[in-house]
Design a binder for this molecule. Structure first.
Ligand SMILES: Nc1ncnc2c1ncn2[C@@H]1O[C@H](COP(=O)(O)OP(=O)(O)OP(=O)(O)O)[C@@H](O)[C@H]1O
Length: 305
């Protein structure tokens, strides 16, 4: 199957504010994609464009091979839960499930019922009287019971308690494994993403800084700790993504071959949080000298080149 989301030079302006710029992505199917970045980076904007709620100002995007919300069939294949998890305040939980069943051709009534029971939600309770976390759970239940091929979730676990977060993430993983659902979810909780995401997109200041399979990205980034030196003295083939110095010591985050670079230094792997924070921190900083030219397909921050 071809890409679940393919974007080329995608851009979105709100008046004079550029919310998304030059966004080029090709996300293969069957992944749980973590979309991360600081506040205002453009994550919600990208997800809204992908589900057809917003039209881009420039560039192209295809979702499951079609324009977003391009046809009723395509709408049925994509599930979306907005950041504020909207529900109908005057309708009961049971009414929401009936509404879901009536409007979604692939609706899984048993799954929806079981999930509501597991969550301990009273079917008769009006959605407007649910807590923020319970509303989020209701919205997520509807999105999952729709049995979409692609689920777009904007900060789905932000209002859930830690146990509910973990359970939700586990169910999400099961759904991916059982039904082949692809998921793109934005979150600030990198530790949660670390457990479930096998594909990462880092957006900073409206631009894609990094995208790819988590394992590949973690395998090709290393931390080098050495006596103080300039980034330009590192061997060719390494791209310096971040650098910090003390009086005597330099620490570089480098991108390069899967083998850790060998030299008069200690080289170690990064975890996902290190990787994300490095790209978030250094995307907005002045350029350190780079030791090599990155490949044309990566999204290394321009200031690291
Ligand atoms: N309706 C709007 N009108 C004007 N500007 C907007 C609108 N929606 C978003 N923006 C701006 O676009 C930029 C990207 O916003 P977006 O909500 O996509 O970011 P985000 O990465 O989802 O942020 P957060 O993590 O805080 O939810 C921000 O600068 C924001 O202020």
């Amino acid at each position: 199957m071809s890409a679940i989301l393919q974007a080329h030079a995608l851009g979105k302006r709100y008046g004079r504010r550029q919310a998304l710029a030059e966004c080029t992505l090709e996300i293969p199917p069957g992944h749980v994609v973590g979309l991360v970045g600081p506040n205002g980076a453009g994550k919600s904007t990208l997800l809204k464009i992908a589900c057809g709620m917003l039209a881009p100002s420039s560039g192209r995007i295809e979702v499951l091979g079609e324009a977003p919300a391009g046809s009723p069939a395509q709408l049925a294949r994509v599930g979306y839960v907005a950041q504020d998890t909207p529900v109908y305040a005057g309708l009961s939980v049971a009414d929401h499930l009936k509404f879901g069943a009536a409007t979604n051709p692939r609706w899984d009534a048993a799954l929806a019922r079981t999930r509501i029971e597991q969550l301990g939600l009273d079917p008769k309770q009006k959605a407007g009287r649910l807590s923020g976390g319970q509303r989020a759970q209701l919205a997520l239940t509807i999105a999952v019971a729709k049995r979409p091929e692609l689920l777009l979730l904007d900060e789905p676990v932000a209002s859930l308690d830690p146990l509910a977060r973990r359970t939700f993430m586990r169910h999400l993983m099961e759904s991916v494994a059982e039904n082949g659902t692809s998921v793109i979810l934005s979150s600030h909780l990198v530790s949660d993403l670390e457990r479930v995401c096998d594909y990462l997109v880092v957006l900073v200041s409206s631009r894609v800084q990094l995208a790819g399979e988590t394992e590949d990205l973690l395998g090709t980034h290393h931390r080098i700790v050495c006596t103080r030196r300039e980034a330009s003295s590192l061997p060719a083939g390494l791209t310096v993504v971040g650098a910090t110095h003390t009086e005597r010591q330099s620490t570089f985050i480098v991108r390069g071959p899967a083998e850790p670079p060998v030299g008069d230094w200690a080289a170690e792997s990064l975890d996902l949080e290190d990787l994300v924070l490095t790209y978030m921190e250094h995307a907005a900083e002045p350029a350190p000298a780079a030791a090599a030219t990155p490949s044309s397909t990566d999204h290394t921050p321009e200031n690291a080149r």
